[in-house]
Design a protein around this ligand. Sequence first.
Ligand SMILES: Cc1cc2nc3c(=O)[nH]c(=O)nc-3n(C[C@H](O)[C@H](O)[C@H](O)COP(=O)(O)OP(=O)(O)OC[C@H]3O[C@@H](n4cnc5c(N)ncnc54)[C@H](O)[C@@H]3O)c2cc1C
Length: 415
Amino acid sequence: MKIPPSLSPSIAIIGAGPAGLIAAERLSALSYRVAVYDRMPMPGRKFLMAGRGGLNLTHTEPLDEFLAHYGAGRDFITPFITAFPPDALRGWCDDLGEANFVGSSGRVFPKSFKASPLLRAWLRRLEAQGVEFFMRHEWKGWDDQGALRFETESHENELVKADAVLLALGGASWPKLGATGSWQPLLREKHVSVAPLTASNVGVTIAWSEHLTSRFAGQPLKRLIVSCGPQRVVGEAMITQQGLEGGAIYALGPALREAIAHAGYAMLSLDLRRDLSESELMTRLTKPRGKKSLSTFLASAAGLDPVSIALLRESFFLRNEKLPDDPYALAQAIKTCAIKVQAMNGLERAISSAGGIDQNELDPHLMIKKLPGVFVAGEMINWDAPTGGYLLQACFSTGVAAARGLAEWLSKNRA
Ligand SMILES: Cc1cc2nc3c(=O)[nH]c(=O)nc-3n(C[C@H](O)[C@H](O)[C@H](O)COP(=O)(O)OP(=O)(O)OC[C@H]3O[C@@H](n4cnc5c(N)ncnc54)[C@H](O)[C@@H]3O)c2cc1C
């Protein structure tokens, strides 16, 4: 039986990112009155930004391998992803009319390679289910009577009393897209433990020469093996004005952070021809060079592309050394191209943030134990994962779980 709107409990969801929106969808489908609040003028700003890179929604590897990517957060995240796994997310996407496909690496993308058509279809569904949106509403905490306090665009205060609340306020990366982490003191005031938000899946700063950046910034380095100490990652990277970005660099984040904390810098070693052994390379490089320039020779004999040759030269230039002529030294340099990293980039350009609400503060249904009736979902909880679809999947799965927990709580507490 559908509950008449005036009698159904009211739910306030704060944060119109994927975690908040999927919870709004689930709860409005159960006929609850759902209002979504967000400080931004439009919902899903970060989701749209993720769409610029093709929107890697999730990954198709076996669940056990999938869950391993959450590292220390694996045990926490497992029940939520098991209950709403990658296949369910793909089905949801199909259902909204956005076909998706599996890329060669097992990663899942919408066929349109964008977030905007999916978000449009999603918002239409939410409106049809009666979800109300209150944009340009910045959450400022609670008043003494437990009402939610919002500041509107005109700097007026608005008080909202809801039967249950779901916070899906995100982390603190790319703050201009809405998630700034300004919720941290509001929860700490309520004695909820929150680990500081730090940049994750973030690029690194390298003191490139003007020569390198003017010609090669924005160019990808494909099929690499990148190492930092004993940590090795197979993947891709991209040269930027400030340094390096990309999946392989993000995955080395913890090792890089630790090295920088210890020594003030970190050394990256790039294997620029991962498919050839050092001795195979050396054999190729012992061929007579003739009148070819060293760059032309490296391209023809070692099969290096222009950006890899430039990087190889840069690694010697930055050490005030000359690129060697000797085949053995060259082969070694191609297999272990050494680059000094000065720092990790900050939250402004990080894909995600680590830190957030301590998992121990939450019950198994994602309710904050110290704040009955207040549930949380998404990146604001302290779990971390690399890029590859693991971030969005966890946001969707925790959004679904928090919605279920909240509905169960309401049915027990408002009977
Ligand atoms: C450039 C980029 C590319 C990415 N690409 C991918 C990808 O391909 N695959 C992937 O899995 N992940 C990707 N991500 C990460 C992914 O987008 C995030 O993990 C995800 O959006 C987090 O969802 P969320 O709902 O928890 O938070 P968010 O999407 O950050 O939403 C939180 C919402 O809360 C609102 N809010 C915050 N504080 C307040 C307040 N005080 N009052 C009112 N509203 C508030 C914000 O305005 C925001 O709309 C990418 C991120 C970036 C930045």
